[in-house]
Design a protein around this ligand. Structure first.
Ligand code: ADP
Ligand code: LRH
Length: 433
C-alpha cells in the first residue's frame, strides 16, 4: 500500500503554497507542489485580498498534489469574508493593513476576557468599521472560507478564531458578551484534527488553521524550555504555555494568549517582521540575496520596528530614514532592519520569560526568515542564547502533522510530532557571540 500522504495548503501574506506531505513512523517529508505570490491589492481606495485568485491557485495545487488521504488549510489570521443569505461572498476581504481601523481603542477589561494583545486589525475592531454587516449572514475567516468553497461546509477553526478577539480565553468558546451584537454571524467552532467535510471525495481535516499555530506545532524542540520566532511577514515571538497569562503587566507589554493546537496557549508578541524588508525590496525593485550579502558588513541604525508608521504598505526605506533621522544606503537600510528586528526579538524573548515565569535555553527560528543567516546570528547575539534555525516550511509541516495524526499516520503529543520534525528536517545552529 502507498504510505499515507496529505496535502497542506498554506496561505502566507507574501506567498501561498500547496505541499504534499508523507509521514512515516520516524520521519515527515514535504514536497512543494505549487507556489504562488500573494499580497494585499489596492482596490478603489481600500486594501484587499484577491481571495478568488487564491482559491484558483489552491485548486491547481490540489490537482498537482495528486492522490492524498486528507487536505488541510491554514492562512494568516484575523481577516474574513462575509457571506450573504445564499452563501455568496459579499466582497473581497479587507486586508488587515487597510486604514479603516486607524484610531480604534480597546474597551477596559477586554484583555481579561479574550487575552489578546491589542492590534487595531483584530477582527473585532475590523467589524466596528464594517459596512456590509447588515447584508451579511455569516463570517468566515480566510482558511474557513477556502475550506467552505472546497467542501460546502462551514465552521470556525478554533486557533484562528482566537485571533478575532471574540473568543473567551477562559472557556475557549465564542464569548456571549463580546458577540452579542453579531447574532448567527459566527459559525460553530471546530478544533485541529476534526473532520471538516470533503473535496472530491477526499476528507478535509481541520488543522491549526492560524498559520502561526501550525508553525509552532513544527518547532523542532527537544524539551519545553524553548522560545520560538515564527519569522516571515511577521515575527511572532514567544513561548508555549499550558494556561494564559492575563495580568495587567502582560496586557501592558502587549503579549497575546492565542489558542494553540492541543489546548496550548501561544503566549507571544507580534514584531513587525520581514514585512519591512519586503516593502523595501518592492520600493527598490531589488532582490534580497545580494543586499543581504552587503548588509553583513554594513553599519546600521536602530529603530522601533513596531512603530505603527510601518504597518501600511508604502515607501519603507523613506520611513526608516525619517525614523532614524539620517539618510542610509540600501545595504545600510537592510542592516538597520535586521539589527532592529534582532533587538525586538530579544525584548520579546526576555519579556515572555519574565511575564510567564517560563525560562528558556534555546530560541527556535522557523519560517522563511530562518533562511536569513545574518538575522539568525544577530538574534542569537542579541538574545545571548543559541538559535536553532529551521524548518523554513514549519507552517506547512505543522499542517501536515496534525492531519497525519488525525488520519492515524502519526501518534502522540506535540513532543512526539516535534521529534519527527527534528529527525527529518535540516536545522542549523547559531551560537551567541
Ligand atoms: P509568510 O508566510 O508570512 O508569507 P514566509 O514564512 O514565507 O512568510 O517568509 C517570507 C520571508 O522569508 C521573505 O520575506 C524573506 O525575507 C524570507 N526569505 C525567504 N527566502 C529566503 C532566503 N533564501 N534567504 C533569506 N531570507 C529568505
Ligand atoms: C502571520 C499572522 C500573525 C497575525 C498576522 C495577521 O502570518 O497570522 O500571526 O498576527 O498574520
Amino acid at each position: 500500500a502507498r504510505p499515507t500522504a496529505v496535502a497542506a495548503v498554506d496561505l502566507g501574506a507574501s506567498s501561498g503554497r500547496v505541499v504534499r506531505g508523507v509521514v512515516t513512523d520516524d520521519a515527515v517529508h514535504v514536497e512543494e507542489v505549487h507556489r504562488f505570490a500573494n499580497g494585499p491589492v489596492h482596490q478603489g481606495g481600500s486594501l484587499r485580498w484577491d481571495v478568488r485568485g487564491l482559491h484558483r491557485e489552491v485548486l491547481e495545487g490540489l490537482r498537482l498534489a495528486g492522490e492524498v488521504d486528507s487536505i488541510g488549510i491554514d492562512s494568516w489570521a484575523v481577516d474574513y469574508g462575509l457571506l450573504d443569505a445564499s452563501g455568496e461572498l459579499l466582497a473581497d476581504p479587507f486586508c488587515y493593513r487597510d486604514s479603516r481601523t486607524e484610531g480604534v481603542t480597546p474597551a477596559e477589561g477586554l484583555y481579561e476576557v479574550n487575552g489578546l494583545q491589542f492590534q487595531p486589525f483584530n477582527t473585532m475592531f475590523q467589524l466596528r468599521a464594517e459596512s456590509l454587516l447588515p447584508q451579511a449572514s455569516q463570517l468566515l475567516l480566510i482558511p474557513d472560507l477556502i475550506s467552505y468553497w472546497l467542501t460546502g461546509e462551514r465552521g470556525a477553526e478554533y486557533t484562528n478564531a482566537t485571533t478575532t478577539g471574540l473568543i473567551d480565553v477562559r472557556t475557549g468558546q465564542w464569548s456571549p458578551e463580546l458577540t452579542r451584537d453579531l447574532p448567527g454571524l459566527l459559525p460553530p467552532l471546530r478544533h485541529p484534527g476534526d473532520p471538516a467535510g470533503a473535496f472530491e471525495g477526499v476528507p478535509v481535516t481541520a488543522v491549526g488553521s492560524h498559520d502561526t499555530a501550525s508553525a509552532v506545532v513544527a518547532v523542532p524542540a527537544t524539551n519545553d524550555r524553548f522560545a520560538y520566532i515564527s519569522c516571515g511577514t511577521w515575527s511572532l515571538v514567544g513561548v508555549e504555555l499550558p494556561e494564559p497569562v492575563l495580568t495587567e503587566e502582560s496586557r501592558a507589554a502587549n503579549f497575546t494568549n492565542e489558542g494553540g493546537v492541543d489546548g496550548t496557549i501561544r503566549y507571544l508578541r507580534n514584531v513587525m517582521g520581514l514585512w519591512l524588508l519586503q516593502e523595501c525590496l518592492r520600493t527598490w525593485n531589488a532582490r534580497l540575496e545580494p543586499l543581504l550579502r552587503e548588509a553583513a558588513t554594513a553599519s546600521g541604525a536602530v529603530f522601533d520596528p513596531n512603530d505603527p508608521v510601518f504597518l501600511p504598505p508604502g515607501d519603507m526605506p523613506a520611513r526608516i530614514e525619517r525614523w532614524c533621522g539620517k539618510s542610509l544606503s540600501p545595504p545600510e537600510v537592510v542592516r538597520s532592519v535586521l539589527d532592529s528586528l534582532a533587538l525586538a526579538h530579544r525584548d520579546a524573548v526576555e519579556d515572555a520569560q519574565r511575564l510567564s515565569g517560563k525560562e528558556v535555553e534555546v530560541v527556535h527560528v522557523v519560517g522563511g526568515g530562518s533562511q536569513n543567516e545574518l538575522l539568525c546570528q544577530l538574534t542569537a547575539d542579541a538574545c545571548g542564547l543559541p538559535v536553532v534555525a529551521g524548518p523554513a516550511e514549519a507552517t506547512a509541516l505543522g499542517n501536515v502533522l496534525v492531519q497525519a495524526r488525525a488520519v492515524g499516520a502519526a501518534h502522540g503529543t506535540l513532543t512526539d510530532l516535534r521529534e519527527l520534525v527534528r529527525r527529518s528536517q535540516p536545522l542549523r545552529r547559531y551560537e551567541p557571540r
